[in-house]
Design a protein around this ligand. Structure first.
Ligand code: NDP
Length: 251
Protein backbone atom coordinates (compact mmCIF):
# COMPACT_ATOMS: atom_id res chain seq x y z
CA UNK A 1 0.00 0.00 0.00
CA UNK A 2 1.08 3.62 -0.54
CA UNK A 3 0.72 5.93 2.40
CA UNK A 4 -0.23 9.57 1.97
CA UNK A 5 2.26 12.43 2.07
CA UNK A 6 2.91 14.22 5.34
CA UNK A 7 0.43 16.80 6.62
CA UNK A 8 -0.29 18.91 9.67
CA UNK A 9 -0.50 17.45 13.17
CA UNK A 10 -4.12 16.56 13.85
CA UNK A 11 -5.00 13.61 16.06
CA UNK A 12 -8.73 14.29 16.26
CA UNK A 13 -10.53 11.06 17.24
CA UNK A 14 -7.39 8.95 16.92
CA UNK A 15 -7.14 6.27 19.60
CA UNK A 16 -3.84 5.93 21.45
CA UNK A 17 -2.50 3.53 24.07
CA UNK A 18 0.32 4.82 26.24
CA UNK A 19 2.16 2.53 28.67
CA UNK A 20 3.81 3.79 31.84
CA UNK A 21 1.27 6.61 31.74
CA UNK A 22 0.84 7.38 35.44
CA UNK A 23 3.74 9.81 35.67
CA UNK A 24 6.85 11.24 34.02
CA UNK A 25 7.24 11.04 30.25
CA UNK A 26 4.16 8.81 29.91
CA UNK A 27 1.91 11.32 31.64
CA UNK A 28 3.22 14.27 29.58
CA UNK A 29 2.73 12.19 26.44
CA UNK A 30 -0.90 11.44 27.30
CA UNK A 31 -1.59 15.13 27.91
CA UNK A 32 0.08 16.18 24.64
CA UNK A 33 -1.75 13.54 22.57
CA UNK A 34 -5.08 14.49 24.18
CA UNK A 35 -4.45 18.17 23.42
CA UNK A 36 -4.20 17.24 19.72
CA UNK A 37 -7.57 15.47 19.92
CA UNK A 38 -6.70 11.81 20.62
CA UNK A 39 -8.66 9.50 22.91
CA UNK A 40 -6.24 7.89 25.30
CA UNK A 41 -5.94 4.46 26.90
CA UNK A 42 -3.84 5.31 29.94
CA UNK A 43 -1.98 2.11 30.91
CA UNK A 44 0.22 1.60 33.93
CA UNK A 45 0.98 -1.15 36.39
CA UNK A 46 -0.66 1.04 39.05
CA UNK A 47 -3.69 3.37 38.75
CA UNK A 48 -3.07 6.72 37.03
CA UNK A 49 -5.48 9.15 38.74
CA UNK A 50 -3.37 12.26 38.11
CA UNK A 51 -3.03 11.58 34.39
CA UNK A 52 -6.74 10.79 34.05
CA UNK A 53 -7.67 14.02 35.88
CA UNK A 54 -5.43 16.11 33.62
CA UNK A 55 -6.93 14.62 30.45
CA UNK A 56 -10.54 14.90 31.65
CA UNK A 57 -9.95 18.54 32.57
CA UNK A 58 -9.11 19.10 28.89
CA UNK A 59 -12.53 17.68 27.96
CA UNK A 60 -10.97 14.67 26.28
CA UNK A 61 -11.99 11.02 26.59
CA UNK A 62 -9.77 8.69 28.55
CA UNK A 63 -9.82 5.05 29.62
CA UNK A 64 -7.75 4.09 32.65
CA UNK A 65 -6.31 0.59 32.41
CA UNK A 66 -4.09 -1.25 34.85
CA UNK A 67 -1.67 -3.25 32.79
CA UNK A 68 1.60 -4.99 33.61
CA UNK A 69 3.65 -5.15 30.41
CA UNK A 70 5.53 -8.17 31.78
CA UNK A 71 2.35 -10.25 31.51
CA UNK A 72 0.86 -11.25 28.17
CA UNK A 73 -2.63 -11.79 29.63
CA UNK A 74 -2.58 -8.32 31.18
CA UNK A 75 -1.54 -6.78 27.85
CA UNK A 76 -4.27 -8.65 25.96
CA UNK A 77 -6.84 -7.48 28.47
CA UNK A 78 -5.68 -3.86 28.02
CA UNK A 79 -5.95 -4.11 24.24
CA UNK A 80 -9.39 -5.75 24.53
CA UNK A 81 -10.59 -2.92 26.77
CA UNK A 82 -9.49 -0.32 24.22
CA UNK A 83 -11.16 -2.16 21.36
CA UNK A 84 -14.37 -2.63 23.38
CA UNK A 85 -14.48 1.09 24.15
CA UNK A 86 -13.28 2.68 20.92
CA UNK A 87 -13.34 -0.09 18.29
CA UNK A 88 -9.86 0.73 17.02
CA UNK A 89 -6.26 1.56 17.88
CA UNK A 90 -4.25 4.09 15.86
CA UNK A 91 -1.26 4.83 18.06
CA UNK A 92 0.80 2.74 20.47
CA UNK A 93 3.37 4.46 22.68
CA UNK A 94 5.68 1.89 24.30
CA UNK A 95 6.94 4.10 27.10
CA UNK A 96 6.88 2.01 30.31
CA UNK A 97 10.29 1.07 31.60
CA UNK A 98 12.44 0.69 34.66
CA UNK A 99 16.00 1.85 35.31
CA UNK A 100 17.23 -0.85 37.65
CA UNK A 101 20.31 -0.46 39.81
CA UNK A 102 23.06 1.52 38.13
CA UNK A 103 25.46 1.72 41.04
CA UNK A 104 26.99 -1.76 41.15
CA UNK A 105 30.25 -3.24 40.02
CA UNK A 106 29.83 -5.42 36.92
CA UNK A 107 30.41 -8.62 38.94
CA UNK A 108 27.54 -7.79 41.30
CA UNK A 109 24.70 -7.84 38.75
CA UNK A 110 22.64 -11.02 39.08
CA UNK A 111 20.85 -13.10 36.46
CA UNK A 112 17.54 -12.30 38.13
CA UNK A 113 18.13 -8.56 37.89
CA UNK A 114 19.08 -8.89 34.23
CA UNK A 115 16.02 -11.03 33.46
CA UNK A 116 13.57 -8.80 35.34
CA UNK A 117 14.76 -5.64 33.61
CA UNK A 118 14.89 -7.18 30.13
CA UNK A 119 11.47 -8.70 30.69
CA UNK A 120 10.02 -5.28 31.49
CA UNK A 121 11.86 -2.98 29.12
CA UNK A 122 12.41 -5.15 26.05
CA UNK A 123 10.02 -8.10 26.16
CA UNK A 124 7.25 -5.70 27.24
CA UNK A 125 7.74 -3.65 24.06
CA UNK A 126 7.69 -6.82 21.95
CA UNK A 127 4.52 -8.16 23.60
CA UNK A 128 2.64 -4.83 23.48
CA UNK A 129 3.48 -4.29 19.83
CA UNK A 130 2.56 -7.87 18.95
CA UNK A 131 -0.83 -7.53 20.69
CA UNK A 132 -1.71 -4.30 18.87
CA UNK A 133 -0.33 -5.36 15.46
CA UNK A 134 -3.42 -7.30 14.17
CA UNK A 135 -5.62 -4.24 14.75
CA UNK A 136 -3.19 -1.88 13.02
CA UNK A 137 -2.99 -4.33 10.13
CA UNK A 138 -6.77 -4.63 9.85
CA UNK A 139 -7.11 -0.82 9.83
CA UNK A 140 -4.46 -0.40 7.08
CA UNK A 141 -1.89 1.09 9.39
CA UNK A 142 -1.04 3.10 12.45
CA UNK A 143 1.87 4.50 14.38
CA UNK A 144 4.04 2.73 16.95
CA UNK A 145 6.48 4.80 18.99
CA UNK A 146 8.98 3.13 21.31
CA UNK A 147 10.89 5.01 23.99
CA UNK A 148 14.50 3.90 23.86
CA UNK A 149 17.36 5.86 25.40
CA UNK A 150 20.67 7.55 24.84
CA UNK A 151 21.88 4.60 26.96
CA UNK A 152 21.06 2.31 24.04
CA UNK A 153 23.16 4.50 21.74
CA UNK A 154 26.31 5.03 23.78
CA UNK A 155 26.30 2.40 26.55
CA UNK A 156 24.79 4.75 29.11
CA UNK A 157 25.66 7.98 30.84
CA UNK A 158 25.23 6.36 34.26
CA UNK A 159 22.86 3.42 33.62
CA UNK A 160 23.62 -0.26 34.28
CA UNK A 161 24.41 -2.99 31.71
CA UNK A 162 20.91 -4.48 31.67
CA UNK A 163 19.29 -1.07 31.05
CA UNK A 164 21.69 -0.19 28.23
CA UNK A 165 21.19 -3.59 26.59
CA UNK A 166 17.40 -3.32 26.88
CA UNK A 167 17.35 0.07 25.19
CA UNK A 168 19.76 -0.97 22.43
CA UNK A 169 17.44 -3.94 21.91
CA UNK A 170 14.46 -1.60 21.56
CA UNK A 171 16.29 0.41 18.89
CA UNK A 172 16.97 -2.76 16.90
CA UNK A 173 13.40 -4.00 17.40
CA UNK A 174 12.09 -0.68 16.04
CA UNK A 175 13.97 -1.23 12.78
CA UNK A 176 12.85 -4.86 12.47
CA UNK A 177 9.20 -4.00 13.07
CA UNK A 178 9.38 -0.95 10.76
CA UNK A 179 10.51 -3.21 7.92
CA UNK A 180 7.64 -5.64 8.60
CA UNK A 181 5.11 -2.82 8.92
CA UNK A 182 6.09 -0.60 6.01
CA UNK A 183 4.01 -2.37 3.36
CA UNK A 184 1.05 -2.45 5.79
CA UNK A 185 1.06 1.28 6.57
CA UNK A 186 2.35 0.56 10.06
CA UNK A 187 5.04 3.04 11.09
CA UNK A 188 7.47 2.11 13.85
CA UNK A 189 9.86 4.69 15.25
CA UNK A 190 11.79 5.26 18.44
CA UNK A 191 12.96 8.14 20.57
CA UNK A 192 16.26 8.08 22.44
CA UNK A 193 15.94 10.60 25.28
CA UNK A 194 18.91 12.00 27.13
CA UNK A 195 18.52 12.82 30.86
CA UNK A 196 14.95 13.88 31.58
CA UNK A 197 13.69 15.11 34.96
CA UNK A 198 11.13 12.49 36.10
CA UNK A 199 10.58 10.28 39.16
CA UNK A 200 12.88 7.72 37.49
CA UNK A 201 15.88 10.03 37.64
CA UNK A 202 15.23 11.79 40.97
CA UNK A 203 18.23 10.14 42.59
CA UNK A 204 20.55 10.25 39.58
CA UNK A 205 23.35 12.84 39.70
CA UNK A 206 22.41 14.54 36.43
CA UNK A 207 23.39 18.20 36.16
CA UNK A 208 22.37 20.97 33.76
CA UNK A 209 25.98 21.53 32.73
CA UNK A 210 26.16 18.01 31.25
CA UNK A 211 23.92 19.30 28.47
CA UNK A 212 25.10 21.65 25.67
CA UNK A 213 21.68 23.36 25.67
CA UNK A 214 22.25 24.14 29.34
CA UNK A 215 19.39 22.29 31.02
CA UNK A 216 18.14 18.79 31.70
CA UNK A 217 15.19 17.61 29.64
CA UNK A 218 11.57 17.87 30.78
CA UNK A 219 8.92 15.21 30.01
CA UNK A 220 7.32 17.60 27.49
CA UNK A 221 10.55 17.58 25.45
CA UNK A 222 9.85 13.91 24.70
CA UNK A 223 6.05 14.13 24.58
CA UNK A 224 6.08 16.64 21.72
CA UNK A 225 8.31 14.37 19.63
CA UNK A 226 5.87 11.53 20.30
CA UNK A 227 3.06 13.75 18.98
CA UNK A 228 5.06 14.39 15.81
CA UNK A 229 5.76 10.68 15.29
CA UNK A 230 2.14 9.74 16.05
CA UNK A 231 0.77 12.18 13.49
CA UNK A 232 0.74 12.45 9.72
CA UNK A 233 3.44 15.13 10.05
CA UNK A 234 5.94 12.25 10.03
CA UNK A 235 4.50 10.22 7.15
CA UNK A 236 7.87 9.69 5.45
CA UNK A 237 9.71 8.55 8.59
CA UNK A 238 9.87 4.95 9.73
CA UNK A 239 12.50 2.77 11.37
CA UNK A 240 14.13 5.86 12.84
CA UNK A 241 15.39 6.60 16.34
CA UNK A 242 15.17 10.32 17.07
CA UNK A 243 17.78 11.58 19.55
CA UNK A 244 16.32 14.10 22.01
CA UNK A 245 19.10 15.01 24.39
CA UNK A 246 19.87 18.75 24.31
CA UNK A 247 22.95 18.14 22.20
CA UNK A 248 24.76 15.59 24.41
CA UNK A 249 25.00 13.21 21.46
CA UNK A 250 25.31 14.55 17.94
CA UNK A 251 25.43 11.92 15.22
P1 NDP B 1 9.09 6.87 35.39
O1 NDP B 1 9.69 5.87 36.30
O2 NDP B 1 8.81 8.22 35.91
O3 NDP B 1 7.76 6.28 34.74
C1 NDP B 1 7.76 4.96 34.22
C2 NDP B 1 6.37 4.41 34.34
O4 NDP B 1 6.39 3.05 33.87
C3 NDP B 1 5.90 4.37 35.80
O5 NDP B 1 4.60 4.90 35.86
C4 NDP B 1 5.94 2.89 36.11
O6 NDP B 1 4.94 2.49 36.99
C5 NDP B 1 5.62 2.28 34.76
N1 NDP B 1 5.96 0.86 34.74
C6 NDP B 1 7.06 0.25 35.26
N2 NDP B 1 6.99 -1.08 35.06
C7 NDP B 1 5.82 -1.32 34.42
C8 NDP B 1 5.18 -2.49 33.98
N3 NDP B 1 5.72 -3.70 34.16
N4 NDP B 1 3.99 -2.39 33.36
C9 NDP B 1 3.42 -1.18 33.19
N5 NDP B 1 3.96 -0.02 33.59
C10 NDP B 1 5.16 -0.10 34.22
O7 NDP B 1 10.05 6.95 34.13
P2 NDP B 1 10.24 8.04 32.97
O8 NDP B 1 9.01 8.77 32.71
O9 NDP B 1 11.50 8.75 33.26
O10 NDP B 1 10.58 7.04 31.76
C11 NDP B 1 9.69 6.68 30.74
C12 NDP B 1 10.48 5.95 29.67
O11 NDP B 1 11.53 6.79 29.20
C13 NDP B 1 11.16 4.67 30.18
O12 NDP B 1 11.11 3.68 29.19
C14 NDP B 1 12.60 5.12 30.39
O13 NDP B 1 13.51 4.06 30.32
C15 NDP B 1 12.76 6.11 29.25
N6 NDP B 1 13.85 7.05 29.43
C16 NDP B 1 13.84 7.92 30.48
C17 NDP B 1 14.90 8.80 30.64
C18 NDP B 1 14.95 9.76 31.79
O14 NDP B 1 16.02 10.41 31.94
N7 NDP B 1 13.90 9.92 32.60
C19 NDP B 1 16.03 8.83 29.69
C20 NDP B 1 15.92 7.87 28.63
C21 NDP B 1 14.88 7.03 28.51
P3 NDP B 1 5.07 2.73 38.56
O15 NDP B 1 4.62 4.14 38.76
O16 NDP B 1 4.19 1.76 39.21
O17 NDP B 1 6.51 2.47 38.88
Amino acid sequence: MTVSASGPIDLTNKVAIVTGASRGIGQATCVALAREGAHIGVCDILPSPETVKKIRSMGQEVLEIQCDIRRKASIQSAVDQIIDSYGRIDILVNNAGILGDSSKQFEEYSEDEWDFLLQTNLRGVFLMTQAVWPYLKKQDGGKVICVGSIAGRIGGLLAGPHYCASKGGIHAFVKWAAKKGASLGIYVNGIAPGPIVTPMTTNEPYKDDMVPLGRLGQPEDIAEVVVFLASQASNFITGNIIDVNGGILMV
